[in-house]
Write a protein that binds this ligand. Structure first.
Ligand code: HSE
Length: 422
């Protein structure tokens, strides 16, 4: 049980006054009914001009962490190790904590779970994944994991923004990235967005809330949009597909979960094809309900601040994550035992290990840039890095997962067709 009474005023100590922190400051001013006020803001750089009264700011963490009047710590800083120190000290000091630090949460999930168990303080982070979309609370409260068949999502606003601007508005990559930075969507180090780190960090803890899976981000196969070429967009257009960076998880027939974050061709009929610019989208498929689609802004000052605000508000009614799929169900395990249908474009055949493919369905080698479509064991992506090197671009086909049983059927069929079997 939280130490906060329902009517008690929320006195906030805020860490960070960047895109999200300043957004929260403004949003809180417009929601006086919440009865929450920011007492102090801890910042790193006191020389920087801020749009708030100077007396609000401090550079001393202790001023917030040791203040008994502050009962809520909101942490929205950029660096993940200091963020973890702040969050753990705040929890140990009996404060409820709201955080937007996805990298920190993904990397320290096990310790965070232990801290929550020991100190019984709420730790909420809805804004850390898909910003304005309440995906964590939905996964936590609404979906029973036996019935949660799959999730497909766009969880990084910047890469989606860049892909939209490049392929629809014909900006080049650099211009699109600069725009994403100017609009406050990109990470301070934008390679975290572009190379898929931010998306896999978010996917790590969404997998915990969806399936009870606890994994390090480095243990989930992922890449970003850095290798996508203009030629790939041409092929996508021919086939009436779009290219998106998709985070996917699917419960297989063996009860285990296939999960990864990879570029993917998305058909025009799929809800994710409507997700443009900095928007995010999550398609959840569950027993009986079939498909549901969540859509909203996934980056930016106010959309992210709105989720932080909602967490602060949830503290009023003592809300905390129960991690139901982890503690109240049998958690699912990740598996690599499946196959994927992929498109690969490359400069030279020597960069593609053809022997790793179960079969190749199409190949086009007329031009400088060549490509093939074929089926690979998923485990082969973990075993070597050929698909990320030498300018090679790997994009998953729509509906890319093929299970073991299907592969045997498909193989038999192709042998029959070849007249080898009757
Ligand atoms: N850089 C992140 C994104 C910000 O583009 O999605 C929101 O987490």
């Amino acid at each position: 049980m939280s130490n906060m009474e329902t009517h008690k005023k929320l006195t906030i100590g805020l860490f960070g006054f960047g895109v999200v922190g300043e957004g929260l400051y403004k949003v809180l001013h417009q929601t006086p009914s919440l009865n929450a006020n920011i007492k102090k803001v801890c910042i790193k750089n006191p020389g920087k001009k801020r749009n708030a009264p100077a007396e609000l700011f401090t550079t001393s963490r202790e001023e917030i962490l040791s203040d008994p009047e502050i009962n809520v710590v909101v942490e929205v800083i950029n660096e993940s190790e200091p963020a973890f120190e702040i969050v753990s000290t705040a929890i140990k000091n009996g404060k409820a904590v709201v955080s937007a630090s996805k990298k920190m949460i993904a990397e320290h999930l096990t310790e965070i779970l232990d801290l929550q168990k020991t100190y019984e303080q709420p730790f909420l982070y809805e804004s850390a994944a898909c910003a304005s979309i309440p995906v964590i609370r939905n996964l936590e409260e609404y979906y029973d994991n036996d019935l949660l068949h799959s999730m497909r999502a766009i969880v990084n606003g910047s890469t989606n923004f860049i892909l939209t601007k490049m392929f629809e508005d014909k900006l080049d990559f650099k211009q699109a990235l600069i725009l994403a930075q100017q609009l406050g969507f990109a990470e301070v180090d934008p390679s975290l967005d572009v190379e898929g780190y931010d998306a896999v960090n978010k996917w790590t803890f969404l997998l915990t809330h969806a399936y009870g899976i606890i994994e390090k981000p480095s243990n989930i196969v992922f890449t970003g949009i850095q290798n996508i070429q203009a030629g790939d967009a041409g092929v996508a257009k021919e086939k009436n597909f779009q290219i998106k960076l998709v985070a996917q998880a699917k419960k297989l027939n063996n009860g285990k979960v296939a999960a990864f974050v990879l570029p993917q061709f998305v058909t025009a009929e799929e809800p994710l094809s409507f997700v443009k610019n900095e928007f995010n989208g999550v398609v959840i498929e569950s027993g009986f309900a079939d498909k549901q689609f969540f859509y909203g802004k996934g980056a930016g000052s106010f959309p992210t601040a709105s989720a932080v605000l909602s967490d602060i508000s949830a503290l009023r009614y003592h809300y905390r994550y129960e991690y139901k799929k982890l503690y109240h169900h049998t958690p699912n395990k990740l598996t690599d035992e499946f196959f994927i249908r992929v498109y690969v474009s490359f400069d030279d055949w020597k960069y593609v290990p053809r022997d790793k493919f179960e079969w190749i369905e199409e190949w086009h080698a007329e031009q400088d840039r060549k490509y093939l479509i074929g089926v690979l064991p998923f485990s082969s992506l973990r075993e070597s890095n050929w698909w990320r090197e030498n300018n090679t671009s790997l994009i998953l086909s729509p509906d890319p997962i093929i299970e073991d049983i299907e592969i045997r059927k498909l193989k038999k069929m192709s042998l029959e067709l070849a007249g080898i079997l009757d």
